[in-house]
Structure formats: structure tokens, C-alpha cells
Design a protein around this ligand. Sequence first.
Ligand code: P6P
Length: 334
Amino acid sequence: MSRKNQTLGEFIIENQSEFQYSSGELSRLINSIRLAAKVVNHEVNKAGLVDIVGAAGETNIQGEDQQKLDVMANNTFISTLTNRNIVCGIASEENDDFITIEGQGEDHKNKYVVLMDPLDGSSNIDVNVSVGTIFSIYRRVTPPGSPVTLEDFLQPGRNQVAAGYIIYGTSTMLVYTTGHGVNGFTLNPAIGTFYLSHPNMQFPDMGNIYSVNEGNYNHFPNGVKKYIKYCQEEAENRPYTSRYIGSLVSDIHRNMIKGGIYIYPKSSKAMNGKLRLLYECNPMAFIAEQAGGKASDGFTPILDLKPTELHERVPFFCGSRLMVEKAESFMSNS
Ligand code: P6P
């Protein structure tokens, strides 16, 4: 249920009944993400003003320079989630292994695990391009009372109970789903409140925006090369527009509003593509499907893939249903 000018807090309370089996913990979990988003937003928005930008002098498991804001965002979400005694485990792009949260009081009774990319697209920070946080929430599958195991994190995306992203752009938005559609909330920075600005977000079935790093064209599979040529020369609704920000959250958010497809395929340089299944592709795929769109690895729905490693990468095709299906047809016939 949604109404004009509803705050995120009111929305969570008024839709509490949708959270199956939840005794309010999932609501409190979404609320803690809301708080962390405000803290990160404050730091991201002043990145150019203080010496917080630039590599923190460390590299993460991906071998990428960790930006100081990456580290800040990671620490902020971890501490906010840990302090509220809601989750039993956290996995992050910035941490080699998952984190076990020792339950206060009754040990290990908390039932949710959170997987996240705390600041996706962080290489854009230095050039003032929007970045995002991506999160994915599951119920643990191992019995409560004992520490979480890797099995609790390696669940297929179909098991997600909630997923979403925060986009730190011209305005800051929190967009999420609990399996009952996708809703977008815009932060009023003057009072620090998120307001429902985009109720029931839907991917248009068709669009004419394609988002792919064409600098890698020569390394793409033939099916991707043929689809790009289709967009440029054959599509009935051409001309298409190529829009690629280099920030997953921004590209998909724009395509969800305007219609479009985002592709990060495998290539001869990256045999499984670049994006991580657990905390980038699965949450964005849950959002996409809940918004009437599609997400696959070019052949199989992302949400049906069985993860085998915490930081595994998969090819990613995500967006307007008919555009993803067209791209998949080129992949299947090449
Ligand atoms: P490339 C950012 O590092 C990211 O994970 C996504 O946000 C973005 O879409 C992609 O990688 C950009 O990768 O190789 O095109 O620079």
C-alpha cells in the first residue's frame, strides 16, 4: 500500500504484513540500511572536500585499489547492521571472507544474512560520477544457534527475501523490493527523510537504450557483437542510444525508468565477465524481475544460478524484457 508523500519509515510499517514469517526483524533490517545510507550519502557528497578520496593504500580480493570511501561505506554498513542485533552474517565485496555476527544474548538466533557491494562504481568517485550501494538479504538456511556457514551465503538468488540499491546521484534514492514490487524513495537532505517518489517501478517491456562497454567489442562473444550491430542497424525501433556510465546502479536505474538493456558479457579478457553474482547480479536481477524486466547470463535466469563461490563472477544481461530476450536469441544462435 502506498500513498503520496509517504516516508520510507511509514511505508515499511504499513507494509510489514507482506514480510512472510517476519516478526519485525526484516523491517528493522531495512531501517538500518536506511540509516547507513544516510551516513554514506553524507560522506560521498563531500568527497571532494576532504582528503577522503583516493586509494586507501590497500587492495581488495578483486585486486582493485580500495578507495577510502569504499572502506568508509563498508565499515558503515557493517557496523550499522552489527549493532542492531538483526543479522547473523555479512558478506561484502570488500571482505575476502564472510563475517559472522555474534548474536547478543541468545547466540546466533538472528535469522538474516546480508550480502553487499558497499560502494559500487567507486572508480567514478574522483570524477564526480554517481555511485551506488547494492544489498541482498536472505534467511539463513543452517539451523539457528550455531554460527553461519558459507552455505548460508551461497543460496540461489531466487531465495532472496529482499534486495535493493542506493544511488548517490543528483539526488540520493533508495530502491528496494521484498518480493512485492519495486519502490523508490528519494532523500530530502534538508531533513534526512526518504520519501516515496517512485511507487511500483516498472521496466518498460521495450526500450532503445543499450549499455555496454564497447571498448571491449573485439573481445565479446559473437552473439553480443551481433546484438550490438542489431541495435545499431536493424532494430525496428532504432535509432538506439548507447549510454554507459560505468556505474552499474546508475545504468540500470536509468534503464528501468526509460527502458533499456545493460550487458556485461564474458570476453576473452574476462572469461566469466566482471560482475559478481552474489552482491551485484542477484540483487539487481531480483529488482529487475520484480519490475517486470529480465536478467540472465545470456542463457539462464540469474536468479536460478547456484552459486559456488562468494566472489564468483557471471556474465550479466539485465533490463527490458523484450530487449533481454532479443539479446538471448543472438547468444543462443551464435
Ligand atoms: P568497465 C564498477 O566497477 C562496475 O562493477 C559496475 O558498476 C560497472 O557497470 C562496471 O564495473 C564497469 O566496468 O570494465 O566497463 O569499466
